[in-house]
Each structure stands twice: as C-alpha cells, then as structure tokens.
Design a protein around this ligand. Structure first.
Ligand SMILES: Cc1cc2nc3c(=O)[nH]c(=O)nc-3n(C[C@H](O)[C@H](O)[C@H](O)COP(=O)(O)OP(=O)(O)OC[C@H]3O[C@@H](n4cnc5c(N)ncnc54)[C@H](O)[C@@H]3O)c2cc1C
Length: 482
C-alpha cells in the first residue's frame, strides 16, 4: 500500500492514475492508462494476483464467460498473443458461428463460419491471464485486500484528488491521484459520492428482467458434440428459457441454464436435469447422459439491467471517470459486458492522447455513443419482446423486434443471413449492418417462407410426459429420469 501520498506536483512530477476495481474493466483500463501515466495503481478488496478460481468480488466468475468476437479482438490488440496463451492453457476454440450449434426460437440456424474464433476460457482463467499481462507492465501495481471508502476532492469539489482506502485491521489512508477511474462494477458508489459532493444524482435506466442462472461443470464420458464447440439455445418469447453448453479448458464442459421473470432453474441435481429436459434442445439433454458432474449447481440472480447516464450530467468533477459495469450492466445472457469493457478501454485511450486530464463530458459522450448505445438498444429491444418485461414499446422497438424475428427465421434457411446476424451478435458489425438493402432482401425472402423444418421438441414432450406445445413444456418440465 502506498504511504500517505501527496498529489503529484503539476509540472514534470510523476503522474498517477488510480483504478478502483481489479476485474475485467479495471484491468483493461489500467492497460491503457499505463501508456499515459507514470504510475497506475489498481485497488481491489479481493486478493487478485495469483488467484486461480472464482473470487468473492466477482461472483459471476462461476458462470458462463463467453467473450464476443469483438471483445477478443480488442483484448488481443491490448495484449498481443493472449488468445494463443488461452489456447495453450487448453481452452478449445472454433469459429464463433460455424462451430457452435445456435438455436433461436427452438430452431437451429443454418451453419456459417464468420472467420473469427471463439475461445471459451472460464472466467477465472481469462481474468487471470488478463491480470498477469497487466501486472507485467512496469508502471502498474496492485493494491489488494483493500476497501475503497470514498473520494477526496478539492474544497470546491471541482476536482477529484484521490481515493480513501482501508486495508483490513489498518487505519484508512488516502491515495493521491491525477485521475481516478471507477471500475467497481454494478455496486459502484460513484453516484452517492457525487451527490455528497453536491452534484446531481446520475439518471439510471433499468429493465426488470428477473433473470436466474444456474451453472454446473461436467466431465464428459463421450463427446456428444461431433467436433462442435458449444450448443447455445437463446431464450425468446416463444421459448423463454435458454442454455449454453460449452467446452472449456481442462477438458471440462460447462452448462449454464437460465430463465427470466422469476422462472429460474432449480439448483438440485434432478431438478436441473428436468429443467434441461424441458428445453427444445434435445442434444443437451442427450449429452448430459454422458456427463459426470464435477461440482454442485450454483445459482445467480440478476433482477435488472442497469445503465447510468453519466453523459447526461451537466456538471461532473475533473479527475474522475467511470467504466465497465459501473456504467452499464447488460442482460448477461447476451454476453456483452466484457466486450463493452474492452471497447470502453479503447475510448478511454483516445481521451488520454493529449496528455492532459481527460475531459469527463467528452469521454462519457463518446462512451455512450460509440460503445454502449448499440448493444444497449439491441438487447433492450430483445428484452422487451418478452411480454412480462415492463417498458415502453415504441414504434422503433416494435419494428426492431419484428425484424429480429424475421432475421432469426431467415437464418434457419440462409447461411448468409446467419453470417450477418452472427457478425452483429459478435459485435464485429454494428446492428445497422443488418439493415443494408441486400441483407433486408435476403431476410424478407427467406422469412416469408417460414422457418426451415419444425421446432425441436423438448425431450420431456417427446417422451409424452409434457403438456401441449414446446413452450408450455418448457414452463413446466415433468418428473422422470434424464
Ligand atoms: C451472471 C453473469 C454472467 C455474465 N456473463 C458474461 C459473459 O458471458 N460474457 C460477458 O462478456 N460478460 C458477462 N457478464 C458481465 C461481465 O462479467 C462484466 O461485464 C465484466 O466482468 C466487467 O465487469 P467490471 O469489471 O466492470 O465489474 P466487476 O466484474 O463486477 O468487478 C468489480 C470489481 O471491483 C471490486 N470492488 C467493488 N467494490 C469495491 C470496493 N468498495 N472496494 C474494493 N474493491 C471493490 C470487486 O472486488 C471486483 O473485483 C456476466 C455478468 C453476470 C452477472
């Protein structure tokens, strides 16, 4: 821990940036800050260096950790060779689209490679590798097992000057900083600290999705994938439950299943298998017959998405920025958080180039427009497609939902549509690319013919044990062996 520090002198003295939170967004931020500041400190309440498994400050680390293509590409730009490193760690890889069995609305899409690989490393492994590479930077230091208590500022509160911290059993201290970057995640205290300094409360947007995750790791006794990397069924209004069944490092297979609006998977073993049996993805149910559980199923509740509109604030202190989940917390089902964190670091980097303290208003404006708006709008539109999710469904939202449904139907017939859709989903292309005339023509032509083939039947229904159609069965899986 640095001793009681004084703020670095203005002229020619060493400069210091302090990053609050040493998870993914904090690490990416530290990586780019290291290019502009003499010293970068990363403060976290957890022990973070050398940590192998999930940790308390990042409970989502036990669950699926899918990084979109764009996120991996940016991660590779920031840490050249890290993809190979993850592969050398034993992480399987394959085309993000073509090596994955994607199901939308209970139907598989037509296979198509997009030419970008997915590397489904577990959250702890990916975080560890990113952290090791960040720690290799000569001017980055980690301050661990250290609670962040608040900010310090000039008497007029116009400039943040540092951060108040405390290690367990030790007196609190202040770390002086030229720039503080808050990456403490969803529970960030910046809104409260700003209010205490006399600033208005930042506006927050939320959508109540009532999401529940359950995850379990397995050792497979047979390969049910036929060389595929993963089987992913994305929840939709027709089939409001989803799952990700993916190979990961160490010859393990990870299953995450989820349901929205309180329809949560159970955590007891048989209950979990029954939940899977109600999904219209027979391959996963079949695969589980060859799976030996390596741990107990674990749950995670995610009641609401959350976006803090810092870009709308008319006053903001100098010397403070916010990044990652502390700004926007997406529905994790769409796996956007880490990619947004990586892209946000690139935005931060652009604002560091002048050498002066970044202008907060410009940073937040660019962050909102260039990074957060497209995925936020896209997933909000999808979430509002579920009847029970509250929110305004204006014309734009309804048109977006209709078009997306058509894209998903057309993708069951046309691999070019799959390719376009997966490039947008993988955040390689902005969603507007799906609206190019040639793509619209393909989507309409194929969607008008309806989906290719019938929807997959949930195993529970196939056994004659479920009720009615697939969606009903999905809501009420029945008892029986897996
Ligand atoms: C269930 C779930 C599944 C997800 N799955 C995916 C996925 O598949 N793909 C994807 O891209 N994203 C996923 N995400 C989102 C992703 O995990 C985050 O977007 C990403 O990790 C960036 O988070 P962050 O670094 O901003 O914050 P966090 O990961 O929440 O980290 C915050 C850090 O700050 C520290 N901290 C907080 N408060 C204090 C304090 N007062 N003092 C000291 N330290 C503090 C914590 O210890 C922690 O290390 C998922 C999220 C959830 C909840």
């Amino acid at each position: 821990m640095p001793q009681e520090a004084t703020r670095p002198a203005a002229d020619g003295a060493p400069t210091r940036a302090v990053v609050l939170g040493g998870s993914i967004a904090g690490l990416f931020a530290a990586r780019v800050l290291a290019e502009a500041y003499d010293e970068v400190l990363v403060v976290d309440r957890d022990a973070v260096t050398g940590v192998d498994g999930p940790r308390r400050g990042r409970p989502q680390g036990k669950h699926i950790n899918a990084m979109h293509v764009r996120g991996r590409v940016v991660m590779e730009e920031l840490y050249p060779g890290i993809t190979d490193q993850l592969i050398a760690d034993g992480t399987p890889f394959g085309d993000f689209s073509g090596s994955v069995r994607w199901y939308f609305r209970g139907r598989p899409v037509k296979r198509a490679d997009i030419g970008y690989i997915a590397v489904p490393a577990s959250a702890p492994l990916m975080e560890r590798r990113i952290r090791e590479r960040t720690a290799e930077l000569a001017n980055v230091r980690f301050v661990e097992r250290c609670d962040i208590l608040g900010l310090t500022a000039t008497a007029d509160h116009a400039q943040v000057t540092g951060v108040k911290v405390q290690k367990s059993g030790e007196p609190g201290e202040t770390i002086a900083a030229d720039l503080v970057v808050d990456a403490t995640g969803r529970g960030s205290r910046t809104p409260v600290w700003l209010e205490e300094m006399g600033y208005p409360r930042v506006e927050e947007e939320r959508t109540n999705i009532g999401l529940g995750y359950v995850t379990q790791n397995y050792k497979m006794k047979a390969d049910p994938y036929n060389g595929d990397l993963a089987i992913i069924a994305v929840a939709s209004p027709d089939v409001p439950r989803g799952c990700i069944f993916t190979k990961t490092e160490g010859d393990k297979t990870l299953l995450t299943v989820y349901g929205i609006l309180g329809d949560h998977p159970p955590t007891d073993q048989e209950g979990l298998y029954e939940f899977v049996k109600g999904l219209p993805v027979p391959d996963i149910h079949e695969a589980l017959k060859h799976a030996e559980p390596l741990d107990e199923p674990v749950a995670f509740r995610f009641p609401t998405t959350q976006r803090r509109r810092y870009e709308q604030m008319t006053r903001f202190p100098a010397g403070l920025l916010v990044i990652g989940d502390a700004v926007s917390c997406f529905n994790p089902v769409y796996a956007q958080g880490m990619t947004v964190a990586a892209l946000s670091a690139l935005t931060l980097r652009r604002h560091l180039h002048s050498g002066a303290t970044p202008d907060a208003a410009q940073y937040f404006r660019d962050l909102a427009h260039d990074v957060i708006d497209p995925p936020w709008e896209m997933t909000r539109t999808v979430d509002l497609g579920f009847e029970g999710v509250e929110g305004k469904r204006d014309f734009k939202v309804r048109m977006g939902q209709r078009y997306l449904t058509m894209v998903q139907v057309a993708a069951t017939r046309d691999s070019s549509v799959t390719r376009g859709y997966m490039r947008a989903a993988g955040m390689i292309d902005r969603p507007e690319q799906l609206m190019r005339p040639a793509m619209v023509a393909r989507v309409l032509l194929n969607a008008l013919r309806g989906p290719a083939g019938p929807a997959a039947v949930p195993p529970a229904v196939a056994e004659g044990a479920g009720a009615g159609d697939g969606s009903e069965a999905a809501k009420a899986p029945v008892a029986g062996s897996r």
